[in-house]
Write a protein that binds this ligand. Structure first.
Ligand code: IPE
Ligand code: IPE
Ligand code: MG
Length: 244
């Protein structure tokens, strides 16, 4: 019996520490541009600039894996000029940032299909992944031409190609065939731009993630806003289906 029942009640809400894996749906670039009477390309530029700004903040907070949703398998259906603009920006940002990220010990990973990327983007991504492969700091996952359903279908296809027996396929084996094979499940999933939906992001890996939706549009989501997301995470009681 506890001397102070209130204390044991409170201890359930004790500080949970830092989320090891944070994933972000960086939404709201279009609305950010529209609200300033700018072209959508300016919104994507501001979005990529914010991505560059926040990486070190997450690393300093002790996050070990940061996965950023930059372009979905469905985003190809946007106007060609917008899609081309995003591809160009991605090439420029990776070319410009990789050296510095490497010096900071960041390991870059690409999550998604490579076959539909332009050869330039594919090359930049490959080089960035290769250059940083042995780094032991933050793992930065860039989800580009990423879709959760495509990832799961791709894993099933690869297992069949590898000749796995039905009896060999379980949740652990399935995870090994996903793009995130060497990453833990997502602890904190942040969506900016105010919506409460997953939009085909990390469907498998977010089974027990804590979800945080912010009204703030992605280009403006930094500093205080990140702090608030972490504070909210710390207030959650994660049960994973158990009776605590
Ligand atoms: C997110 O911003 C970036 C991508 C999907 C590439 P949006 O461009 O979707 O911004 P909104 O939702 O239209 O404001
Ligand atoms: C999700 O945003 C994809 C990325 C942030 C890259 P979308 O703008 O594509 O999602 P929906 O269309 O609002 O669901
Ligand atoms: Mg959007």
């Amino acid at each position: 019996m506890t001397a102070n029942p209130e204390a044991s009640k409170c201890s359930k809400n004790a500080n949970k520490g830092v989320p090891i894996h944070v994933a972000i749906i960086m939404d709201g670039n279009g609305r950010w541009a529209e609200s300033r009477c700018l072209d959508v390309s300016e919104g994507h530029l501001a979005g990529f600039q914010n991505l560059q700004r926040v990486v070190s903040d997450f690393a300093q907070r002790g996050v070990r894996y940061l996965t950023m949703y930059a372009f979905s398998t469905e985003n190809w259906d946007r106007p060609e000029s917008e899609v081309n603009g995003i591809l160009e920006l991605a090439i420029a940002v990776i070319a410009h940032e990789t050296q510095q990220l490497n010096e900071n010990g960041v390991r870059i990973k690409h999550l998604g299909r490579v076959d539909r990327l332009s050869p330039e983007l594919r090359d930049e991504l490959e080089q960035a992944v290769e250059m940083t492969a042995n780094n032991t700091g933050l793992t930065l996952g860039i989800a580009f031409d990423y879709g959760g359903r495509a990832e799961i279908a791709n894993a099933a296809r690869k297992m069949i190609k590898d000749g796995l027996l039905a009896s060999e396929i379980d949740e652990k084996k399935f995870s090994e065939y996903l793009y995130t094979s060497d990453m833990p499940d997502v602890d904190l999933l942040i969506r900016t731009g105010g919506d409460f939906r997953i939009s085909n992001f990390l469907l498998w890996q977010t089974a027990y993630s804590e979800f945080y939706s912010s009204e703030i549009l992605w280009p403006d989501f930094y500093g205080e806003h990140i702090k608030e997301a972490f504070e909210s995470f710390n207030e959650r009681q994660r049960r994973f289906g158990k009776r605590l």
